[in-house]
Design a protein around this ligand. Structure first.
Ligand SMILES: [Zn+2]
Length: 280
């Protein structure tokens, strides 16, 4: 051992014990890839503070946002899908239903009922894109049709908020395709009875949903930057072997081309609906 021990040539940095940061504290914006503090995102109604991208909302969150407190009365909360084809894939339809029911606490991909918007009674339906991509099987079609019929009976305006990346639900084959015709026919009866239907499109509204009730509104409103269309842009590009124009199938593009009537920020959605209802 040397007589004069040399000082070590490095410095010791004391590191405080790393605290565990729960993973659900931060999220990433799909559009601008910015990290966002989840609490801040919730306070901002799940709209990205940086780029205004509207994140998806669950059906009950949406209802809470649009209807007056304590006015929502749900219709047909217990309706559940059967498995008419005894469908088997990598997962059976039954397994898929069970998994998504546990994940979302919903029985099916749509919630319907009656409530009030700034004191005005409405019938409302909201699809939830977390449940088998918000796709339309027999139960979704049946619940929406009953809601439309309720709007005819009560003569109250009908609002359907769509958030569905999937269209007709392939697990139910032609039973799900028939729901497109069924909901459309019911809406035509509502129209003949002089009823009002406002369709609200959120990210994403695609395929059989867009090809049936979602595009049949007397007024069609969309949230900003929502993907709205029939087939996804990638598939179209592969099919036509051409590059699509920028912003193709986004709300802003569709407003410019006349498919939708207005784009409304989530913060003003309730007041805009209320104002529109006052003209009815
Ligand atoms: Zn963003």
């Amino acid at each position: 051992m040397p007589f004069f021990p040399r000082k070590p040539r490095y410095t010791i940095v004391k590191v405080a014990k790393k605290r565990d940061i729960p993973e659900d504290l931060w999220g990433k914006c799909e559009e601008c890839h910015e990290l966002i503090y989840n609490k801040k995102l919730d306070e901002n109604l799940r709209v990205c503070p940086k780029c205004n991208f509207h994140f998806t909302l669950g059906a009950y969150e949406r209802i809470k946002l649009l209807l007056d407190d304590g006015t929502f009365k749900e219709m047909d909360p217990a309706l559940e899908s059967l498995d008419p084809l005894t469908f088997e894939g990598p997962k059976t339809y039954k397994e898929k239903l069970k998994k998504d029911q546990e994940l979302t606490n919903l029985k099916e991909a749509v919630v319907t009922g009656e409530g009030k918007i700034n004191g005005r009674p409405v019938v409302i339906g909201v699809t939830d894109s977390r449940f088998i991509m918000g796709s339309m099987g027999s139960v979704v079609g049946e619940k929406l049709t009953r809601a439309i019929e309720r709007a005819i009976e009560t003569r109250h305006p009908l609002i359907i908020v769509s958030g569905s990346g999937g269209g007709a639900r392939m697990y139910e084959g032609m039973f799900s395709l028939m729901q497109m015709a069924k909901t459309s026919a019911a809406l035509s009866r509502l129209d003949r009875a002089g009823g009002l239907f406002i369709s609200v499109l959120t990210n994403p509204t695609m395929a059989g949903i867009m090809a049936s009730f979602a595009s049949l509104g007397d007024l069609i409103i969309a949230e900003p930057k929502a993907l709205i269309g029939f087939t996804g842009p990638r598939v179209i590009e592969q099919t036509i072997r051409q590059k699509l124009p920028p912003g193709f199938q986004k709300s802003e593009f569709l407003l410019n081309h006349g498919l939708i009537d207005m784009i409304v920020h989530r913060k003003s959605m309730k007041d805009t609906l209320s104002k529109l209802l006052s003209y009815f």
